[in-house]
Design a binder for this molecule. Structure first.
Ligand code: SAM
Length: 185
């Protein structure tokens, strides 16, 4: 099985209606209209350990409502939670900050967490990467290309895979049910 040193993943988290009500202030979700979602246990139990090299970094997107499960997922996949690598400030087409309804505050950001295993600092190529990414919100759940670019800047051409990918990106292997996957998981 091929081993990777960079894993970039955007899981299809399920929202229960209670979670939606509690965190997002809304009652119904339409995520299933866009793609298949999976429960937290399924995501945590994916055999990601089998594709990680001894030194490996995981970049994992989480929603606000799934932070606890996201950190548990990082640990179940064999990594240690380190930090929030990127925050994406969602912009409209005219450059305004998107404000989605929330139960407590309005939502403008998404978080991409970093977990590592082994000794990843030795592969770091730059020291000047910003955490904040300002980018337009386009297709439902589509994450900005800029995040992949910053990961490439950070780690150069280490073997990389995107899990739950919806498109193929040059220089990256991909796995997901909407792309032609390079591996089986
Ligand atoms: C949040 S979306 C990923 C969005 C992507 N990062 C982008 O920027 O467009 C999650 C993806 O996981 C996929 N998915 C759901 N269940 C899956 C499964 N059992 N195996 C593989 N992929 C699955 C969904 O179909 C969807 O494409």
């Amino acid at each position: 099985m091929k081993k990777y040193q960079v894993i970039y993943a955007d899981p299809p988290w399920t929202f229960s209606s209670r979670e939606l009500q509690k965190y997002e202030g809304i009652r119904f979700t339409s995520i299933e209209k866009h793609y298949l979602t999976q429960n937290k246990e399924w995501i945590k139990n994916l055999s990601v350990k089998g594709i990680t090299a001894e030194d490996c970094a995981l970049f994992l997107w989480s929603t606000d409502a799934h932070l606890k499960e996201a950190i548990e997922t990082i640990e179940m996949w064999g990594f240690k939670y380190i930090t929030v690598a990127f925050i994406w400030e969602k912009k409209t087409v005219t450059g305004k900050t998107v404000a989605n309804l929330g139960a407590w505050t309005m939502k403008n950001y998404e978080l991409c967490l970093l977990g590592t295993k082994g000794r990843m600092l030795q592969y770091k190529k730059v020291n000047n990467l910003y955490q904040k990414v300002e980018a337009e919100r386009t297709k439902h759940s589509k994450k900005p290309e800029e995040v992949r670019k910053r990961i490439e800047q950070l780690f150069g051409d280490l073997p990389k895979i995107e899990l739950f990918a919806r498109e193929k990106t040059e220089g990256w292997d991909v796995w997901g049910n909407e792309v032609e996957s390079d591996i089986d998981l």
